[in-house]
Write a protein of this length. Structure first.
Length: 506
């Protein structure tokens, strides 16, 4: 693939021939150059891009979605005629303000917003620049190479799922998925929806569903909110979080949503789709307590157990990661959001799941840190702003660590499973097959389990089942699980012609 070596602002459009399977189509290759490339147009990425452009830097913003906002600020399509999309969101005014700044910078040319561009890998050039390789969707896949002096990774997170009997039935959706259906499509997964799993996202989902007209008979939380009281200093430093929690609690009470803590959905019932769920009490290790199961009638289940940072690009760049209190891994960052790799910053969920307020704070702080490096320092007002953002980040990160500790899945959750419960949905691998691989075939770690069963080797590449497979391998295997996050060479599926052309003409 040709890479531009022109000065900042230079652009070049080329054409590249592809393999025999695609001989009828030529694929456009559009090299771009920027002082800063920001990956992800969610809260963190938007804040980073517009702040950098505000201070005169040349920015390319790449995002897989067709519109900015990320998962948090998903918006209904124009054709749906939504008149008040802000009712589906918190902090909507913040998003509209960021969107206005983005539009102004696009018009002036300070930001080139490449919507619908999925960055699938990054590489470093000999002179220290970064090449970000992106593709667009569709049958005629277009490939784009962006060359940048510096890079901000704001790649967000995906939802963590724990399997249980019946979780593959139609009507079972992820908690974030239910919210996305509502925000972007103005549709509900059902009319009587149980919300279950663990984490503060569940409260927001339940409130959103009830406001949209659904009946939520229960919010089932495997952990307990009382555990937050064990960290009074962290709570005192984040009074807004307590207010937000109280507001959600009041909203749930008004709509008569029962909040069941220290309980989990351990089975889903139904023939063609969800008809009911069994909710069981769980102990401190999340093991179901015998004899406590109760059925709740519903036609849909929205379930999720927290979020997992998306680290593929950070790992491709060589960034060091650390284990977090929630059982996931995150990028190691310094006080200025720099990673362990020069020229790479990260903001938002990449550094550990912490919510929208933290993402906005870190995105702006990362941009100010880049400005400091470019200019050799920052002026008084910018310096004071950076200090204030740093303080906010510290207290918000402390709350994020508390949140991760409180809602981390307990090791006993695997006792929900039966032998025929599917763990890997892509490859239809059951819990029984994973146990057999470990106990009878000698698999001692996740990698060997994958080789023997194909668990985690399907379309999602383990994003849905990876945590569960790793936990089951650790519980039933004979060896030590290697540390570190899952490593995937590509951040998204790409065609073989794209890989073949990576070192193509030019």
């Amino acid at each position: 693939m040709p890479h531009s070596t022109d000065e900042p602002g230079a652009r070049e459009t080329g054409r590249a021939e592809v393999g025999q399977a695609d001989q009828a189509a030529e694929i456009a290759v559009v090299p771009e150059f920027a002082e800063v490339a920001v990956v992800g147009a969610g809260p963190a990425g938007l804040a980073a891009a517009v702040t950098a452009a505000d201070h005169g830097l040349d920015v390319v913003l790449l995002d897989a979605a067709d519109a900015p906002g990320g998962q948090y600020y998903r918006s209904p399509a124009d054709g749906l005629g939504a008149t008040r999309p802000g009712r589906l969101h918190h902090h909507w005014h913040t998003f509209t303000e960021l969107s206005a700044r983005l539009a102004a910078h696009r018009d002036s040319g300070a930001i080139r917003h490449l919507a619908g561009h999925q960055v699938w890998t990054v590489e470093r050039t000999g002179d220290g620049d970064w090449i970000l390789h992106a593709v667009t969707g569709g049958d005629q896949e277009t490939r784009t190479a962006v060359r940048a002096r510096r890079m901000v990774l704001a790649t967000g997170a995906h939802e963590r799922q724990l399997p249980f009997p019946g979780w593959t039935l139609p009507g079972v959706v992820s908690a974030a998925g239910a919210q996305a259906m509502l925000k972007s499509g103005l549709v509900l997964p059902g009319r009587r929806i149980v919300v279950a799993g663990s984490g503060p996202l569940l409260q927001a989902v339940a409130v959103s569903l009830t406001r949209a007209g659904a009946r939520v008979p229960a919010l089932v939380e495997a952990a307990g909110y009382g555990a937050y009281a064990r960290a009074p200093r962290v709570l005192a430093g984040n009074p807004g979080k307590a207010v937000e929690g109280a507001r959600f609690g009041a909203a749930l009470a008004r709509t008569r949503v029962r909040v069941l803590t220290h309980r989990a959905v351990t089975e889903v019932h139904g023939d063609e789709r969800v008809e009911a769920v069994t909710v069981s009490r769980v102990d401190h290790r999340w093991r179901p307590v015998a004899g406590t199961g109760r059925r709740i009638a519903c036609d849909a289940l929205a379930v999720g157990h927290g979020l997992v940072p998306q680290l593929e690009l950070a790992l491709a760049a060589g960034c060091v990661t650390r284990p977090g209190p929630d059982g996931t891994h995150a990028v190691v960052l310094d006080a200025r959001l720099g990673t362990t790799v020069p020229g790479v910053w990260a903001a938002g969920e990449s550094g550990g799941v912490g919510g929208v307020e933290l993402a906005l704070c870190e995105g702006e702080l990362a941009a100010l840190s880049i400005i400091r490096e470019v200019r050799g320092g920052v002026r008084g007002q910018e310096a004071r702003r950076a200090v204030a953002l740093g303080r906010s980040r510290n207290r918000l990160r402390a709350f994020a660590a508390l949140m991760g500790t409180v809602h981390r899945p307990g090791a006993g959750w695997s006792e929900w499973l039966t032998g025929d419960t599917e763990v890997c949905r892509c490859e239809e691998v059951t819990a029984g097959r994973i146990r057999t691989a470990c106990e009878e075939l000698g698999a001692g770690d996740t990698r060997t389990v994958k080789l023997l069963t194909r668990a985690g080797m399907g379309w999602c590449q383990g994003r849905t089942c990876g945590f569960a497979v790793r936990e089951l391998a650790a519980a039933h295997g004979t060896g030590q699980e290697p540390g570190g996050p899952d490593r995937r060479p590509l951040a998204c599926p790409v065609k073989l012609s794209t890989l073949a052309d990576l070192d193509g003409p030019g």
